[in-house]
Design a binder for this molecule. Structure first.
Ligand code: FAD
Length: 430
């Protein structure tokens, strides 16, 4: 029996609940609030309804906003019972229950029709909310954590710049002290979902005389501050997931600073740690095609008796299971109280490798139907997985960067030469 520390918003008394009781109650709640999606065979249903394996959305701004709104409404519906943040403490709107309860709910939820995921929603609820929980002062935690967990407001990551991606610590966006606040000038790029976000987590340089990893400060700022300009970037796929964000003499009160002055690198690393963490129920986004969708497509195309394809499918399944075990291990570490660390890079690599492998297998399963719209349900849509998957080999730190982290911080191999590490940022040649 687990003691629920206090009530979810809809409950009003602390009580003990077993996992079985929790699952029964959650099933009843889901039955009452969503449509079941699984057929009686336990296979992925085929030929009916929405089929999405998209990694990114190739939608117009209005369509993408509508998708996000549907997802946010679902999160807020779950928030009426604390099911949106099962492991979060009750004062943040959660249930304060162990990860096993969150995993059980996630599994149950997969059997129901729920809105398609969206990166900005995950960034807000799974990356930035827990970062503020760690670094925010009382007022910031009160203001943002519950709000972001329930996706009542959205928050984007304002980290990368045209000259700072893998080497994020070289970033140049400046925040200069001005009385009780800061004046921000500079540019960010690849800011996913900035056009839909009310808030942004900004990393800016506050002391250029310090080495690059020091002298950075984090802020959580409203995206409608005067001087903030968001310019969507048009992608070749048709959508505009990313933006450039320009700051011109933006006045930011010091109360929006997240964590101590010049210690923004720790804040950034924490958010990136949540981004790379693929332990179950973590920040790792579940986008693109699933193993079940892959198998269902192979069955529908009648190719599961082909020896070579059977091997490929088995390879994909094996990868899927190994990834699951690694993620379970990471989840155990989380449960034992560890914050996401460098081992998260392993989970992220496995995830992007799995998506790439799935692209290879589905290309063989579908052949020309992948690139020619034959009107056959659940086929041409896979193009959105194949074209989108490479993006996540870059986002949140590229595969190469993850390998560097694993080599240096997990395996203890010699570090890459870093000649600018101790130089003042001002003195780094560029
Ligand atoms: C889908 C997607 C979503 C994103 N969303 C956001 C967002 O919301 N907010 C945000 O701030 N940013 C976002 N980004 C930007 C992302 O963080 C950067 O693209 C990423 O950090 C890589 O930086 P870069 O593009 O400048 O590439 P670079 O750093 O210029 O790298 C170029 C190439 O060099 C390799 N390389 C670089 N350094 C090393 C090294 N030390 N060792 C070995 N190889 C190396 C890289 O692996 C890569 O192949 C997003 C990117 C993508 C693709």
């Amino acid at each position: 029996m687990v003691e629920v520390m206090t009530a979810a918003p809809a409950r009003d008394a602390a009580r003990a609940v077993s996992l079985d009781e929790f699952v029964d109650e959650a099933r009843r709640w889901l039955d009452a609030h969503a449509e079941p999606r699984q057929d009686s065979t336990g296979h992925e249903p085929w030929g009916d309804g929405e089929f999405s394996v998209a990694v990114f959305h190739s939608l117009s701004t209005d369509q993408e906003r509508a998708l996000l709104d549907r997802l946010r409404r679902w999160t807020q519906t779950k928030a009426t019972r604390g099911y949106h943040a099962i492991t979060a403490p009750p004062d943040e709107g959660g249930l304060g229950l162990p990860g096993a309860f969150a995993r059980a709910f996630g599994k149950l939820e997969q059997s129901f029709v729920t809105p398609t995921s969206h990166e900005t929603h995950s960034v807000t609820t799974r990356l930035i909310a827990p970062t503020i929980r760690i670094f925010g002062d009382h007022q910031q935690r009160e203001q943002h954590v519950a709000d972001f967990l329930a996706a009542r407001s959205l928050c984007c990551q304002l980290f990368s710049e045209p000259g700072a991606g893998s080497d994020l610590a070289t970033l140049a966006c400046r925040a200069v002290r001005d009385g009780d606040g800061w004046i921000v000038n500079g540019q960010k790029v690849w800011s996913s979902g900035a056009q839909f976000s009310q808030w942004g987590q900004l990393i800016a340089r506050t002391d250029p005389s310090l080495p690059k990893h020091r002298g950075l400060t984090a802020f959580v700022i409203p995206m409608d501050l005067p001087g903030v300009e968001v310019r969507p970037i048009k992608q070749m796929s048709g959508g505009s997931s990313f933006n450039e964000v320009f700051f011109t003499d933006v006045r930011v009160p010091d109360s929006m600073r997240l964590g101590p002055e010049n210690e923004g690198w720790k804040v950034a690393l924490t958010t990136l740690g949540f981004e790379r963490d693929h332990s179950e129920g973590s920040g790792g986004g579940r986008v693109g095609g699933s193993w079940r969708q892959l198998l269902a497509t192979a069955r529908a195309m009648g190719v599961t008796d082909r020896p070579v394809l059977r091997q490929e499918l088995a390879r994909s399944y094996t990868h899927h299971r190994i990834e699951g075990f690694v993620n379970r291990r990471a989840a155990d570490l989380r449960r034992a109280g560890a914050q996401p660390g460098p081992e998260g890079s392993l989970g992220k690599l496995l995830w992007t490798q799995g998506m790439t492998q799935m692209s290879d297998v589905i290309s063989q399963v579908l052949g020309a139907a992948l690139v020619t719209d034959t009107d056959q349900w659940g086929t041409y849509a896979w193009g959105e997985h194949v074209l989108g998957a490479p993006g996540y080999r870059i986002a949140g730190g590229s595969d190469e960067v993850q390998r560097n982290i694993i080599g240096e911080r997990v395996l203890g191999l010699p570090a890459e030469p870093r000649l600018d590490k101790d130089l003042a940022w001002n003195d780094i040649p560029r």
